[in-house]
Design a protein around this ligand. Structure first.
Ligand code: CU
Length: 379
């Protein structure tokens, strides 16, 4: 290639186009070899499979699902609307034109089983301003689906992929030339592909949970004006250049869980009872993070989220690289208000990456007891 002005943007655009073109070639394939390797057998198999339609729910909640699959592989149908919306990030006036899957940051958690087919209808309503798509880290081929799902406002598409790898995986928007901006504008979420026979510890024993929460961590880059006040905009497109300038400092103004400071604290806190086993899915589509449950532990942790690897046990803090979703499972042993944080404590307590779990039940003195309450030292 003699054109030396190829930028990273055009490289990715080229990859997307190559992916799309290869699909065209697949559709038009006439050779016996291609027919043997490509779609016919798969299409027949998929057509004969049972179909299940799942209504997605807003995080931190997760749609009802079986932990151990019943029956054989299914086609699991999901629908997501892309919604561009202005959201409040904190109580100090920071607003942001978010791009969202289904209206929330993060987008909803999808749950299927290994071997199932995920069939997503992705809708970009005419009220939106921008083109969007979706890249599933759990999918194989065509930019994770990004090359086949570019929908302009007023368009919809349907993508199907086979969930061949068990684990929790990020999905995110990835339009050529604007990937980072869309991802840090909130357009990401996660999918959990459970092994058909459920989660297992290192000895092969079933690990099940009583409830599951989904925490999506998001770094935001909100521009300020000359006086240091948060800037506001009338549309996502209008905010684009200023946000990119802040993005390139690699210094987020906000690092939050579930779309804003306090989204999972106070009245919005997660809840559990002593003796309950809770699974926490945690995704970060762009930056590294290090979850920690203050006063508890990670009983079973798949920090990089992939269930063919045995879980680590009894962890204090675990590391989730940017572009990854992880899973932690913990059985609560004491009542109280637990803080679940990114243990970069500046990001937790100054920038917002903190949640609460309110746990009810009886206190266990054997595990912890205040032997002497604070009193005057000289008394
Ligand atoms: Cu997008």
């Amino acid at each position: 290639m003699t054109n030396l002005s190829v930028s990273r943007r055009t490289i990715l655009a080229g990859a997307a186009i190559a992916g799309a073109l290869s699909q065209v070639r697949v559709a038009a394939a006439e050779t016996a070899e291609a027919a043997k390797v490509l779609t016919p057998a798969t299409a027949l198999d998929v057509d004969s499979l049972p179909r299940v339609k799942v209504d997605l729910v807003d995080p931190p909640f997760v749609h009802a699902h079986d932990q151990v699959a019943t029956g054989g592989p299914k086609v699991v149908e999901f629908t997501m609307n892309i919604i561009e919306k202005k959201i409040a990030l904190d109580d100090n006036g920071a607003e942001y034109w978010a791009s969202t899957f289904n209206g929330t940051v993060p987008g909803p958690l999808m749950v299927v089983h290994e071997g199932d087919y995920v069939e997503l209808t992705l809708i970009n309503p005419p009220s939106n301003e921008l083109m969007h798509n979706i890249d599933f880290h759990s999918a194989t081929g065509a930019l994770g689906g990004g090359a086949l799902t570019q929908v302009n406002p007023g368009e919809r598409c349907v993508l199907r992929f086979k969930a061949t790898k068990p684990g929790v995986f990020v999905y995110h928007c990835a339009p050529p030339g604007m990937v980072a901006w869309h991802v840090v504008s909130g357009m990401n979420g996660a999918i959990m592909v459970l092994p058909r026979d459920g989660l297992k510890d290192r000895d092969g024993k079933l690990v099940s949970y009583d409830k599951v929460y989904y925490i999506g961590e998001q770094d935001f880059y909100v521009p300020r004006d000359e006086a240091g006040n948060w800037k506001t905009y009338d549309s996502p497109g209008e905010s684009y250049e200023d946000v990119v300038t802040v993005m390139k400092t690699l210094t987020p103004t906000h690092v939050v869980f579930n779309g804003g400071v306090g989204a999972l604290t106070g009245d919005n806190a997660m809840t559990a009872n002593v003796g309950e086993t809770v699974a926490f899915v945690h995704s970060q589509a762009n930056r590294d993070t290090r979850p920690h449950l203050i006063g508890g532990h990670g009983d079973y942790v798949w920090a990089t989220g992939k269930f063919n690897n045995p879980p680590e046990t009894g962890l204090e803090t675990w590391f989730i690289p940017g572009g990854t979703a992880g899973l932690m499972v913990y059985t609560f042993e004491q009542p109280g208000v637990y803080a679940y944080v990114n243990h970069n404590l500046i990001e937790a307590f100054e920038l917002g990456a903190a949640a609460h779990v309110v746990v009810k039940g009886d206190w266990n003195d054997d595990l912890m007891k205040q032997v002497v309450a604070p009193t005057a030292a000289g008394a």
